[in-house]
Design a protein around this ligand. Structure first.
Ligand code: FAD
Length: 403
């Protein structure tokens, strides 16, 4: 028996190993990861780790979890190829590993900026190694330029600013945080970042980088301005790690294509987490989400699929981001929103935006209103749409409505 082999030891891969045991799988489980660390939480990297010289990585599970559950965790192992016919993986540096079932949990990697070349002082943030490199330079950071006004870029902007660095955010679109977030939230985040001294430039791009002795020294932007920069952090989105699957001939569509049980076009191979694209029960449309919730719930379902269960993916999507003193929490998928109402006051730094598609509640985005978020998860799980009056009544009224 070759058992289950999991490629990628991030949020999804580690949860898959845990869930296989929790669901009663008693065959061999091998977890392969190309990083050398004990698998760790990624969200703190952009929020706390880079500003605290003493911060340690936060392990997803302690070392005893792997030995205690007979999970053969092999760090520093890079899988190079899937031999589909032989049901075997080829590992970097030689050697191979056979599998009965394979779970691809390869995650995603930051999109790169072609004009960055290979200058020193240019970073992106995905791994603990990236975070250590940023932290090492941010101690005496004077001027940092962040490319990209998405969640990670803005988290890093607020974190570096709190450490005393001069930070400028450059965003090509005319607003922060992409199109999926309500404009009122994007505008609030913009204003609040400016109030702590972060310079935010939208509808602006970087045209050229200047360097001295191989180290970046400034960024020129589309207005012609020269921004001094000892650090440039590129946060312009991620691309899914689909190459292994693609080479093996599995179906790809903005990610490794899976069905509602997380099976790829070859049913013994499953794909989960940031790398997987799937028809979302919530909208019926194909999505590829990048969140801890998505990785965790995929992994739980993949384990059940391997054990022969037939349940289809039905988790409520949610996400959080901490940008300075703003705790943003999102639940649902709001891409098809055609009406929204705001509850609470942006000026108090505490408010929520309820999104509707036609008559139906499809998502809630909150700033420092965790109770709204928690009730939102319940309402969306139940398929319940509150009236405008209930929303105006706040969390107590909503709680009463679904009790
Ligand atoms: P990953 O956690 O990236 O794990 C994939 C692993 O597979 C990696 O270790 C990779 O090196 C390895 N791998 C890839 N290819 C191979 C191969 N061929 N062989 C061996 N190993 C391989 N989400 C939230 O919900 N809230 C947040 O606040 C939040 N903040 C974030 C902050 C940062 C800085 C980052 C980087 C991400 C954040 N996320 C957040 C997103 C969240 O971390 C991801 O959605 C989640 O990690 C996805 O899990 P995954 O297992 O699919 O991928």
């Amino acid at each position: 028996k070759n058992g289950v082999v999991i490629v990628g030891a991030g949020h999804a891969g580690v949860q898959a190993a845990a869930s296989l045991r929790e669901e009663g799988f008693d065959g061999p489980v091998v977890l392969l990861g190309d990083e050398k660390e004990l698998p760790y939480h990624k969200p703190p990297l952009s929020k706390t780790f880079i500003k605290d010289a003493k911060a340690k990585p936060q392990p997803l599970r302690g070392e005893v979890f792997y030995s205690g559950n007979a999970i053969d965790f092999r760090p520093g192992t890079n899988v190079e190829r899937i031999d589909l016919l032989a049901r075997r993986l080829e590992l970097a540096g030689g050697g191979g590993l056979s599998f009965d079932r394979l779970i691809l949990a390869t995650g995603s990697r930051p999109r790169t900026l072609p004009l960055a070349g290979d200058l020193d002082g240019i970073f992106s943030l995905r791994s603990i190694a990236d975070a250590r490199a940023i932290r090492a330079m941010s101690g005496d950071c004077q001027d940092a330029v962040i490319l990209g006004g998405g969640f990670i870029g803005l988290e890093i902007a607020a974190t570096l600013r709190a450490g005393g660095c001069n930070v400028t955010v450059i965003e090509a679109a005319d607003r922060l945080l992409g199109r999926a977030i309500a404009p009122v939230i994007a505008a609030h985040v913009h204003k609040r970042l400016e109030s702590i001294g972060v310079r935010v430039l939208t509808a602006t791009t970087v045209t050229r980088l200047e360097s001295q002795n191989g180290h970046v020294s400034a960024a020129f932007i589309s207005t012609g301005e020269r921004l001094p920069a000892r650090m440039v952090i590129v946060g312009i989105g991620v691309v899914p790690n689909v190459e292994l699957a693609e080479m093996a001939g599995l179906a790809i569509a903005n990610g490794i294509r899976v069905d509602r049980q997380m099976r790829t076009s070859v049913p013994e191979i499953l794909a989960i987490g940031d790398a997987a694209s799937y028809p979302h029960w919530f909208t019926g449309m194909d999505v590829r989400l990048e969140s801890v919730q998505n990785a965790t719930d995929h992994a739980k379902l993949a384990a059940r699929t391997i054990l022969g269960h037939q349940d289809a993916y039905s988790a409520v999507p949610w996400f959080w981001s901490d940008i300075g003193d703003m705790k943003l929490q999102m639940v649902g998928l709001t891409g098809t929103s055609n009406r929204h109402i705001v509850s609470g006051e942006p000026d108090d730094n505490r408010f929520s935006v309820y999104h509707f598609s036609g008559p139906k509640l499809i998502g809630i985005e909150s700033v420092n209103r965790p109770a709204d978020h928690m009730i939102g998860r319940k309402m969306l799980g139940l398929g319940f749409t509150p009236t405008d009056e209930m929303i105006a009544g706040g969390a107590p009224a909503l709680k009463a409505a679904i009790a």
